[in-house]
Ligand binder design. Structure first.
Ligand code: HEM
Length: 517
């Protein structure tokens, strides 16, 4: 009894607080020692704090200087860096095939369930599970299917061009000053919702960020960046009341994702009604191809899964493409010689009848090589997702240099923003915008294409690549062929912003005038 009362008298609030504090300090020290001296990646270089806590990368991600910090560290330490206690970052483009090997699983960085309870392709970690679902999605995203949707893209393009002319070209005088940045994204959202469910959200029509969707999406990006970077904490919280409430997106949420989910649910319900009443006709959008898709046993996909994939189309496909469109206009307005060479190519292809009033995807690829090079060069220097895409090293480990091995289970990643600046592949001027590099020599072009990471790498590459390129081979071309854009202040050609590993441009203030070919 005396022992118990002694113990109780010792457990004062002060002593208890001291014990809790001591526990945390001890656990932290134990973690530092374990990560510094017993980790399988202890011998790889990098900043001390990155090797002992994920807070280092989280801090730089929040500060929006992750890419630049890592580029400086690569210059100091070489192509392989330890950027978290369990993760290596590799900047050598030629190591992409090893990091993104066929059977590599995505690491736990891809937090499952964050875009809703049912998982879409993007977050599936296990490569076998992913392969099963990717086979089903291959049909809807097949190039032959996407080609059928080209007319949908054209309708939206025409609407966007007409709106630009109505709103911003003032006849006989100075053009109206406007910010190009949101207009590029308005176009991309309307196209992706047209392709996704056969209806534009209405950004171009209204000329506004409908329901604050784009702002809501941008506001959610810092949290998106942190959830993956601090994944052990995220997994601990995910199944708690807090996690259910704040970490898993739901249609009832006020956020941009919640709004997109409601929009998607309404259109799916409408489509189901149309099908029942025989009114769906010959729909050719992605929603219909997912509804018509069957698994290996001939069963249709569940509505929950269709919803997850359609949400992914909106999340992965709109902002990313808008960013590339913004980037291309930014680079051309800041490189007048490139701009004028490009116009020569487009104008003569148009005059010779090789590309029509609405440029066709195939014609642009065939007749406008310099234009295609400008699109590639834009996305090389400013990839829309300058992010880490980590995989877990599989059985037997992985060789990352002569005699240098990384053990099974370690997280390894590349980041397209860094890989595309590797001078060994992209040249000593890799940090400069120079589209000519894609056209100089056949072998070199092959190599640049081989080590291009803008749409990811390996078996998890972007499924929407053809859709994005279809937009990018039309939109900027139409805009530049029809209008002469002029920056209102040449010293302010737009601000490149990266939040949570996703990039966009801001403040691209300009005027446009009609041009004659
Ligand atoms: C310029 C535009 C785009 C860029 C830069 C881009 C980039 C990427 C990247 C880097 C990945 C790989 C992620 C990883 O390894 O974890 C990816 C995956 C994906 N993207 Fe895109 N994307 C773009 C447009 C689109 C569009 C338009 C769609 C759909 C309409 C789309 C749908 C997807 C899907 C479904 C995946 C997951 C593929 C899988 O895991 O099997 N993307 N994208």
């Amino acid at each position: 009894m005396a022992g118990l009362s002694d113990l109780l008298s010792f457990l004062t609030i002060r002593n208890l607080s001291f014990l809790i504090l001591a526990y945390f300090i001890f656990s932290w020290l134990e973690q530092i020692i374990r990560y510094r001296f017993f980790s399988p990646i202890r011998n790889f270089p990098g900043p001390f704090w990155a090797s002992v806590t994920r807070l280092w990368i989280a801090y730089h991600n929040l500060k929006e200087d992750e890419c630049e910090t890592e580029l400086a560290l690569h210059k100091k330490y070489g192509p392989i860096l330890r950027i978290t206690p369990t993760m290596l970052l590799i900047s050598s483009a030629t190591l992409l095939p090893s990091v993104y090997a066929r059977n590599a699983n995505k690491s736990k960085y891809y937090v499952t369930g964050s875009f809703g309870k049912t998982e879409s392709l993007f977050n599936m970690q296990d490569n076998k599970v992913h392969a099963h679902y990717r086979k089903i999605a291959a049909g809807p995203y097949a190039f032959s299917n996407i080609k059928k949707m080209e007319t949908l893209v054209d309708v939206r393009m025409r609407h966007w061009m007409a709106t630009m002319e109505d709103r911003f070209v003032r006849k006989g005088g100075q053009g109206e000053v406007f910010d190009f940045a949101p207009w590029a994204v308005f176009m991309a959202y309307d196209i992706i919702s047209e392709i996704g469910f056969g209806a534009p959200i209405g950004f171009v029509e209204s000329g506004t960020d409908v329901d604050g969707l784009i702002q809501g999406f941008h506001d959610g990006l810092p949290a998106f960046g942190l959830l993956g970077r601090l994944w052990p904490l995220t997994y601990k919280l995910k199944n708690t009341w807090f996690g259910e409430k704040f970490l898993v997106a739901k249609p009832e949420d006020k956020s941009g994702i919640g709004m997109l989910m409601r929009f998607r649910d309404k259109l799916l319900a409408q489509r189901r009604r149309d099908i029942e009443e025989g009114k769906a006709g010959d729909r050719i959008d992605l929603l219909q191809t997912f509804i018509d898709a069957r698994d290996d046993d001939g069963n249709p996909l569940t509505d929950a899964y269709i919803k997850a994939e359609i949400l992914l189309v909106l999340l992965a496909g709109a902002d990313t493409t808008g960013t590339a469109f913004q980037g291309m206009i930014h680079h051309l307005l800041t490189n007048p010689a490139t701009h004028s060479r490009l116009l020569q190519e487009i104008d003569s292809a148009t005059r010779e009848g090789k590309i029509s009033e609405m440029p066709a995807y195939d014609d642009v690829i065939e007749h406008c090589p310099y234009y295609v090079a400008c699109v590639k060069e834009t996305m090389r220097l400013n990839p829309s997702a300058p992010n880490i895409f980590p995989r877990t090293v599989g059985k037997g480990g992985m060789e990352v240099g002569e005699g240098v091995w990384v053990e099974e289970g370690v997280e390894v990643t590349c980041n397209p923003w860094l890989v595309h600046r590797d001078p060994a592949v992209f040249g000593s001027d890799a940090e400069v915008f120079r589209p000519e590099r894609w056209l100089e020599d056949e072998e070199q072009t092959k190599m640049l294409n081989k080590y291009n990471m803008v749409f990811g790498y390996g078996s998890r590459t972007c499924l929407g690549k053809d859709i994005a390129l279809m937009e990018l081979y039309k939109g900027p071309l139409l805009f530049l062929r029809t209008f002469t854009p002029r920056l209102t202040d040449e010293k302010k050609p737009g601000i490149w912003t990266v939040k949570g590993g996703v990039a966009f441009w801001r403040d691209m203030w300009m005027t446009i005038e009609k041009r004659c070919i």
